[in-house]
Structures are given as structure tokens and as C-alpha cells.
Design a protein around this ligand. Structure first.
Ligand code: LLP
Length: 423
């Protein structure tokens, strides 16, 4: 459920008509519902209320400060994968001791930054990374709290680009290999072993891959305990899917129940890194029709949002429902909804049966709150979209639309006399 609903044939977000936002802020604009965001966070987090746990929102899904701040105030932590995400999280008021740091390629500077601020733990993905973190922690006279991200080799049955827990993926270390890593880590002076982590993939719509992964983590925990290595945290990553079209993902309560049952006898704190399930259906991309065009075999609706604004359709062939902001009874047409970018891959929907649209009309690209703005770019020198947060009958611009000046910020033309002449 979300808070984008029709009232008298017009689409609103909570108590604000989307038309008003388009008129006042322009398009394309990402619009998020504060109520949906908070409710999704609370439902997810609340599902685990009976066990010690920490919900660490995956910043990559939506990294706007206002949204991170909302989760901070709701008691949440975050999962980060870069120094930039750490910077954002701290600016948004996330407590360092609620931050977990994932990712296969942490740089020295990023590791230093995370150690200086005192994050909860690093999810380490290789021997070299372990040694690097130990060295840097030694230099800074700190102890690094760590987990190893193991690759449980379960098939999340999702799109191959977003499946991460298989043997062939670059992520994590094999369970067997991880045993050696834990033994190594135990002997390192500047490392404190805190947990075991995994993340199997994204947009997972079944429970069994999560339960299988947890079973493998439990076995590992038992083997580690037998060797005197005890962990306080089991980090199960993110990945719970949402409904874009006709998927039937488990409700967070069902997800929680399945996992809680499996860990009841253990003395660990569970960590989750949900992204999509919290923000995906809490945001839309509001765009305006520029032109319609009939080709010899296809009809096109050309809108002012492109693949630079929402990359998911072209990258993953993903489906986003498209709704007219003003709903009228009209005939339907099969169309491609495309953007202004000079690439054939620039589409938001393909071969979609939609009610007829005319130039100037508004459409809402639904379920765009996760991996929408955060994956957007300036390709074709397009200023990135504005972001708006609606709360009740008020809305707030939480990111201004970029300007042309923003586009060239940091660019420098070297003095031409310094450049070598072409002979
Ligand atoms: N934790 C880790 C270590 C991750 O790599 C991810 C996502 C998450 C948590 C959050 O997963 P979620 O709960 O959102 O499924 N751009 C793709 C999704 C890539 C996901 C990458 N990792 C998309 O638009 O579908």
C-alpha cells in the first residue's frame, strides 16, 4: 500500500495533487510520500520487535539526506558502500554505531574515514581487505570491528544483474574459505570479530532463499563457536522484493517470522539492510509529455524524463507502472514511453497499452523510489531532477533541480598556451 491515490480522477500524493507539484516545481521530479516511507520502515523494523535487531537502510537505494534523516529519527541505522554514503549518513544524523559498511572495493581513505568516526562494523569481502583494514586500524590506534561477508551460494531467483549470493558472483567469500579468514582475523591485533554477514541479491520475491542463506550462516556460526570464535551479529543483508506489477513478495511480517523462527535459540543481534522494500513504492517519477509520434510500426510518447533520470527500465528491462495524473475515460493505445536522450535504450516503458496521452499532460512513473534518483546521471548534459517530499497537505523540496551551472561545476579549461600544439 502507498499514498499515491486518485481523488475525483486526479492523482494525489497524500494531501497534495501531483499537478500542483508539477506546476510549482516543474518536471521531471521525484515525489516521495513521507507517510509511506515511515510506515514501510516501521512495519519492517516492527516485524522484528521480538528479537534483538538493527535495521540498517541501504543508502544506495535512496540517498537523499531528508530521507536518511527520517530513518535516523525512527531509530534506524544504515548500510553504506562508500565514503560518500558515509558522509551523507553522518550529515543526515545517523549514529556511527548504527552503520555497517559493505562492498568489495573499500579504499584506504574510506577505511580511515570509517574507523575515525567509529562505525559499527565493516563487512569484509577478502583476505587482502582484512589485512588492509588491520594495518590502517593499527596506524590509527583503533580496533576495527568486522564481519566477513560470506557467499552462501543460494540462488535468489532474481535478475542476474542483481543476484549476488552465487558462487560466480564477485561478492563475499565462500563459507569454507571464510573459516580460514576468521582464524586469521582472530590473530590480528587491530581486529575485533563481531559478526557474519551475507546479502544474496535484490528484488527477491520468495522466502526460501533467505531461509537457506540463514541456515548456512547458522552452521558457520556453530563451527566458529566450536573453535572459540563467537559473533554478536548476524547481518542478513537486504533484498526483500516489492510489487512492481504482479509479483507477490512476502510481507515483511512473513519474512520476519521465517527468520526469527530460525534464530530463536541463538544469542545474536540480527542486522538487516533493506533498501527497495522501504523506499521503492514510496516514490514516483513525475514527468510531462512533450510530444506524441506515430512511427511506421510503433507509437511513441516522448516525455521529459529519460534514462538518465530512471535507468532501471533500460538496464534491467524492469517494469514500472505508468499512470495518468488526470484520469479520464479514453481509448487505449500500445506505445513506447521514451525520453529525450539520443539512445534507442532511452525508454521508460515498451509496448505498453496506455490510455491516450496528449502533449502537456502529466504521467506518474510508479515504484520509482528505490534506485531511481540514486542511479540517475547527467548524461546528455541533463540537469538532474528535483526531489520532493510530501507530508500531509504540504510538500518540501528536498533536492533542488540542478541548474546548467551545476552541470559544469569543477570543470576547468586549461590555458591554451600550455597545451601542446598538434603538428
Ligand atoms: N545490502 C547490500 C550489501 C547490497 O548490495 C544491497 C543492494 C542491499 C543491501 C539492498 O538491497 P535491497 O533491499 O534494496 O534489495 N540497482 C538495482 C538493485 C541493485 C542492488 C544492489 N545491492 C535495481 O535497481 O534493481
Amino acid at each position: 500500500m502507498h499514498d499515491f491515490l486518485y481523488r475525483d480522477g486526479e492523482l494525489w500524493c497524500e494531501g497534495v495533487p501531483l499537478k500542483k507539484i508539477a506546476q510549482e516545481v516543474g518536471t521531471p521530479t521525484y515525489v516521495y510520500s513521507h507517510h509511506t516511507l515511515l510506515r514501510h520502515f516501521q512495519v519492517f523494523d516492527g516485524s522484528f520487535r521480538d528479537v534483538p535487531h538493527l535495521t540498517c537502510f541501504a543508502v544506495k537505494a535512496n540517498s537523499n539526506l531528508a530521507i536518511l534523516n527520517l530513518f535516523a529519527r525512527a531509530g534506524g541505522g544504515v548500510d553504506i558502500v562508500s565514503g560518500g554514503e558515509l558522509f551523507r549518513a553522518l550529515k543526515a544524523g545517523i549514529e556511527p554505531e548504527k552503520i555497517v559498511y559493505s562492498g568489495v572495493g573499500k579504499t584506504d581513505a574510506e577505511i580511515e574515514y570509517a574507523l575515525e568516526v567509529g562505525i559499527l562494523m565493516f563487512n569484509i569481502e577478502s583476505t587482502q581487505e582484512l589485512n588492509r583494514i588491520n594495518d590502517i586500524a593499527g596506524r590509527l590506534k583503533k580496533k576495527a570491528r568486522i564481519a566477513f561477508r560470506v557467499n552462501p551460494d543460494v540462488d535468489p531467483e532474481t535478475h542476474p544483474y542483481i543476484s549476488t549470493g552465487l558462487k560466480e558472483n564477485k561478492f563475499g567469500v565462500e563459507v569454507e574459505q571464510s573459516l580460514n579468514l576468521y582464524r586469521q582475523a582472530r590473530d590480528l591485533a587491530n581486529i575485533e570479530i563481531k559478526g557474519i554477514s551475507c546479502h544474496i541479491g535484490s528484488q527477491v520475491t520468495k522466502l526460501s532463499p533467505f531461509v537457506d542463506a540463514l541456515e548456512r550462516l547458522k552452521l558457520l556460526e556453530k563451527r566458529l563457536r566450536a573453535e572459540g570464535i563467537c559473533v554478536n551479529y548476524l547481518d542478513l543483508g537486504g533484498g526483500l522484493g516489492i510489487q512492481y506489477r504482479d509479483e507477490t513478495p512476502p510481507h515483511p511480517n512473513e519474512y520476519a517470522q521465517a527468520l526469527i523462527d530460525a534464530v530463536r535459540e541463538m544469542e545474536v543481534t540480527l542486522i538487516f539492510e533493506p533498501g527497495r522494500v522501504i523506499v521503492g513504492n514510496a516514490g514516483i517519477l513525475l514527468t510531462r509529455v512533450l510530444y506524441t509520434k506515430e512511427g511506421p510500426i510503433k507509437n511513441f510518447i516522448i516525455v521529459d524524463a529519460g534514462m538518465n533520470d530512471l535507468m532501471r527500465p533500460t538496464l534491467y528491462k524492469s517494469y514500472h507502472e505508468i499512470l495518468p495524473v488526470m484520469r479520464e475515460v479514453r481509448s487505449e493505445k500500445t506505445v513506447d514511453v521514451v525520453g529525450p536522450i539520443c539512445e534507442s535504450g532511452d525508454f521508460l516503458a515498451k509496448d505498453r497499452s496506455l490510455s491516450v496521452f496528449f502533449p502537456g499532460e502529466l504521467m506518474a512513473v510508479m515504484s520509482a523510489g528505490a534506485y531511481g534518483f540514486s542511479m540517475s546521471s547527467n548524461y546528455n548534459s541533463r540537469p538532474r531532477a528535483a526531489e520532493v517530499l510530501v507530508s500531509g497537505d504540504k510538500y518540501y523540496i528536498i533536492r533542488k533541480r540542478e541548474t546548467y551551472e551545476d552541470l559544469i561545476r569543477g570543470e576547468i579549461i586549461p590555458p591554451c598556451e600550455k597545451l601542446k600544439e598538434v603538428t
